[in-house]
Design a protein around this ligand. Structure first.
Ligand SMILES: *[C@@H]1O[C@H](CO)[C@@H](O)[C@H](O)[C@H]1NC(C)=O
Ligand SMILES: *[C@@H]1O[C@H](CO)[C@@H](O)[C@H](O)[C@H]1NC(C)=O
Ligand SMILES: *[C@@H]1O[C@H](CO)[C@@H](O)[C@H](O)[C@H]1NC(C)=O
Ligand SMILES: *[C@@H]1O[C@H](CO)[C@@H](O)[C@H](O)[C@H]1NC(C)=O
Ligand SMILES: *[C@@H]1O[C@H](CO)[C@@H](O)[C@H](O)[C@H]1NC(C)=O
Length: 446
């Protein structure tokens, strides 16, 4: 995916607004020792002096615990729930406690492990100082205070107020709440002006599961997020609102907001009240349908809603590839080495999975009066592994089947080739993204 240069002047203006806002709204000077201007030669380690804090004390850049080690990133240090909003080199494995983050005397920001050094930011030429701003933006400056690099220009799964996505940029979900490496969903601000969600491993028109419009809104549209929860698209002028995802206007006193593409494929605006105990509340979400994100249940799995929550099930004759991980999908629990036995007898049955929809990957479309004759057509064809039947249309499929979900109306009956056993389908739970509290505002679509 193409990542275009960010418009830096805009960030500067927005930073100072947010800085002022954060400052006046909720933070008097913290008693902690705060260093927001980081000079070359400074360093951090996971166990002592592990972060550089923003002046407000809310944001920290540095080490946080991840898995059985530490990652480098930005998190909210000033609240009880240490929320991670950005991760450096998110797909690198966690580092051990003896790693060092070094703002080297030559201006490079590197993670040092023994003799090995890994760059934390790619652009470093001419860097003189760095700062964890009150907006949550970590910025590297040259000696003229010009911005060389900023975390706001390289989002991972989260947008903070005043941060935006420019055309060509996107957010990738994390694997889970606690594992911040790249997950399976993408939200991207396309060059055609459309904000679209895809499964990250297959970006095509047919796989999109969320879009703000049919496209054609022009170049250089941006996704913007303000301190009052306003989430909207601006056209190239930078002033004209094309689409409001939320109208904003949420209370801002002592309250902070973030927007995140969650591991379950839905993007949400969360609020956190700084003076009340408790965690993040959902203010808005891109869909109220937990089964909408495509690929949630992996290959040969399908999504089943249960009390608004998404669960997954395998096709009959299939088992989970990896226990506890639906992303890995389902695989046949028997051998399909020969389709027919020597005497020509058919060894298989067709088992029905009703009220489901799937991606249609048919290699042959037949007209059949009923599902039994559709099933017979599949049994008689060694290449056929499943059929989708609706009306009088019988569509032969090869495996794997993707993007399956149970749906009550206007759906297919899927018939899956199985051995003579009769499997029952059990739906298993997906890990919850977040112990979500009350959702106060409506979703986009359903
Ligand atoms: C950070 O400190 C350096 C050295 O003291 C100084 O030259 C620079 O202007 C400061 N930068 C900021 C952003 O305050
Ligand atoms: C850092 O720790 C790891 C394991 O915790 C160890 O293998 C490695 O030798 C250590 N490196 C240094 C430079 O101490
Ligand atoms: C932005 O929107 C305004 C108002 O709809 C319109 O007049 C203007 O031509 C648009 N500019 C671009 C570059 O699309
Ligand atoms: C979008 O939201 C803003 C802020 O609430 C509001 O001023 C504007 O009228 C809204 N525009 C549309 C098209 O709904
Ligand atoms: C789940 O499986 C996927 C696909 O095989 C893999 O990429 C991912 O790392 C696994 N997740 C966990 C938590 O093991």
């Amino acid at each position: 995916m193409k990542r275009e240069a960010t418009e830096r002047s805009h960030y500067l203006v927005m930073d100072s607004i947010t800085l002022f806002f954060l400052f006046s709204a909720f933070f008097t000077a913290s008693a902690q020792q705060i260093q927001s201007n980081v000079s070359r030669g400074s360093s951090l380690t996971p166990t002592t002096n592990s972060t550089w804090l923003s002046r407000s004390g809310l944001y920290a850049f540095g080490f946080y615990k991840e898995g059985n080690g530490y990652a480098v990133g930005i998190f909210m240090a000033g609240i009880p729930e240490k929320t991670v909003v950005w991760t450096a080199n998110r797909d690198d494995p966690p580092v051990s406690r003896n790693a060092t983050l070094l703002f080297a005397s030559d201006g490079r920001l590197v993670l040092q492990m023994g003799q090995e050094q890994v760059a934390v930011v790619a652009e470093s030429s001419g860097s003189a100082s760095a700062s964890m701003l009150n907006s949550g933006n970590f910025v590297i400056y040259n000696s003229d205070q010009g911005i060389i690099w900023q975390s706001f220009g390289h989002p991972t799964d989260t947008l903070l107020p005043s941060q935006r996505l420019v055309a060509g940029q996107g957010l990738f979900s994390s694997i889970s709440d606690t594992q911040h490496s790249t997950g399976i969903f993408l939200l991207t601000m396309q060059g055609d002006g459309n904000l679209v969600q895809y499964p990250a491993d297959d970006i095509s028109v047919a796989t999109a599961y969320f879009a703000t419009s049919a496209g054609g809104l022009g170049d250089n549209v941006t996704l913007n997020f303000d301190a009052d929860g306003h989430l909207y698209l601006l056209n190239a002028t930078g002033f004209n609102i094309i689409t409001n995802l939320t109208n904003g206007g949420y209370p801002t006193e002592d309250t902070i907001y973030l927007m995140r593409l969650d591991a379950d494929g839905i993007f949400r605006i969360y609020s956190h009240h700084l003076k009340q105990k408790g965690n993040w509340s959902i203010e808005w979400q891109s869909s109220n349908d937990a089964c909408r994100p495509k690929g949630l249940c992996g290959l040969n799995g399908f999504c089943v809603l249960n009390d608004q929550k998404a669960g997954c099930a395998c096709l009959p004759g299939f088992d989970m590839v990896q226990q506890g991980n639906w992303t890995a999908g389902c695989e046949r629990n028997f051998d399909v080495n020969s389709c027919k036995s020597n005497n020509g007898d058919i060894k298989y049955n067709m088992q029905e999975v009703s009220n489901t929809t799937w991606e249609d990957v048919s290699y042959s479309v037949l007209t059949r009066p009923d599902k039994d004759s559709c099933a017979q057509a599949c049994l008689a064809d060694c290449n056929c592994e499943a059929v989708l039947f609706k009306g009088r249309t019988c569509r032969k499929q090869r495996l794997p089947l993707r993007y399956g979900r149970r749906q009550i109306s206007d759906t297919d009956t899927a018939l899956i080739k199985v051995t003579h056993t009769n499997d029952t389908i059990k739906a298993g739970k997906l890990p919850r993204t977040r112990d979500s509290e009350s959702q106060r505002h409506g979703g986009y679509g359903s």
